[in-house]
Design a protein around this ligand. Structure first.
Ligand code: SF4
Length: 410
């Protein structure tokens, strides 16, 4: 792996003794735009082929219409929806409430294959499963299933690749191929539910009483920038919370949509009137660093992103999460913790929660985790300033922490 470390002493803040590592990609070259800055790609490549329409792309009424249009009985849409959203099956042999002669035809009309499992890696004593899926066009995406006491969380992907070009991210290296369809997003959940139902998610901490037997929480923190695929992500969110047989009947409060800071889309999300959780991946409170760490910062600055997050809180009353990956000597300086606290408190109290997350320890890389005492100091500064801050756990770390690494390795 090529190292492109550039370390210069920090000139800002009281912590002059600590080095300042600059964000640069290691082992790959960041595509640059005509302005000499990392290229941003908000739209998918032209004329890219789209996945086939699946039952989960449609409302119940549209499913009925589609079947009728094919000369089939519209009312069968409800039965098919129950099989998919409640029994997690697309196998016609299991649909014994449908006439035997029509099962194949109905299933074929509504359930084109969207996700084919390529790899399944189990870790954390069976509490975590990382899936690698191949889509209809050969694109590879990942999802991670995690059991916690009383809940099961699935981290889903929302795009094939990503156009945000973050220098630390394997997913962003080849740009954005295409947006995932609503059904491709949802099928990650349905397939995970099927694995749980078949006993595939063991979990060492199960007590047999409080164990969730289906996915209860969704985090949009897999591959892609969810707000760059706004329409399909929102239609997937609707289908997650719609009651069966329209959708999965999940609680909106268990769904977290995260973004690197697409401000107009955050404001749009605030107007949706759905009580989902919003998370801003900030990773630096100062533009000087964030311009390089999160290239979209060249479009919307850290303060604009924080303003939009605060606006989300004001409109929805839902407390916002700030995600902050702690990277050794890059963004973990005490003065940055103090600046972050100052910026958050300047907007108000009680509206935000900070979730620092340590990177994997990667010796020799600039992208490595902060020292434990540095992390603790960072947390203490925020908590002491009255900003609730808790270190997030790093599930799936052994198999590889960052999104997109598995797909990149393939
Ligand atoms: S970190 Fe997220 S937004 Fe940035 S390139 Fe990777 S997937 Fe995209």
């Amino acid at each position: 792996m090529r190292r492109m470390t550039s370390q210069t002493p920090s000139t800002a803040g009281p912590n002059r003794a600590r080095p300042q590592v600059r964000p640069t990609p290691e082992g790959w070259k960041q595509p640059m735009g005509p302005d000499g800055r990392p290229q941003l790609q908000f739209a998918q490549k032209p004329r890219v082929s789209q996945p086939p329409v699946h039952l989960a792309d449609l409302t119940l009424a549209e499913r009925q219409e589609k079947l009728k249009g094919m000369g089939l009985q519209g009312f069968r849409a409800k039965q098919l929806s129950v099989h998919y959203f409640q029994h997690f099956t697309t196998d016609p042999a299991k649909m014994t409430d449908l006439p035997a002669a029509q099962r194949e035809e109905l299933a074929e009309a509504m359930f084109p294959t969207l996700l084919t499992e390529v790899k399944r890696l189990v870790t954390d004593n069976g509490d975590t499963i990382k899936f690698l899926w191949r889509l209809f066009d050969g694109s590879l995406v990942e999802s991670v299933l995690m059991r916690y006491p009383g809940r099961v969380t699935l981290c889903v992907s929302s795009q094939c690749g990503c156009g945000m070009n973050c220098p630390f991210c394997a997913t962003g290296q080849n740009g954005l191929t295409r947006n995932m369809s609503a059904a491709e997003i949802l099928d990650q959940i349905v397939q995970a539910n099927r694995v749980i139902a078949e006993g595939g998610l063991k979990g060492s901490g199960r007590d047999g009483v409080h164990d969730a037997e289906r996915v209860t929480n969704i985090v949009f923190m897999g591959m892609g920038e969810p707000l760059a695929n706004y329409k399909r992500v929102m239609s997937a969110v609707h289908r997650m919370i719609d009651e069966a047989p329209e959708g999965l009947g999940m609680s909106a409060r268990g769904i977290t949509v995260s973004t690197v800071g697409l401000v107009p889309a955050i404001n749009k999300l605030a107007d949706e009137d759905i009580p989902i959780t919003f998370a801003l991946s900030l990773h630096a409170p100062d533009d000087e660093l964030r311009d390089d760490l999160i290239p979209v910062n060249s479009r919307w600055k850290a303060d604009e992103a924080i303003d939009a997050a605060y606006n989300y809180y004001r409109k929805t009353g839902r407390r916002v999460s700030i995600e902050y990956a702690l990277i050794k000597d890059m963004n973990d300086h005490p003065w940055r913790a103090a600046l972050l606290a100052k910026k958050l408190n300047a907007r108000g109290r009680g509206w935000v929660h900070v979730n620092p997350i340590p990177l994997n320890p990667t010796p020799g890389s600039i992208w490595t985790s902060s020292e434990p005492e540095v992390m603790q100091e960072f947390l203490d500064i925020l908590n002491d300033a009255g900003v609730p801050t808790t270190l997030r756990d790093t599930r799936g770390k052994e198999i590889d922490g960052a999104c997109g690494q598995l797909a990149a390795a393939e």
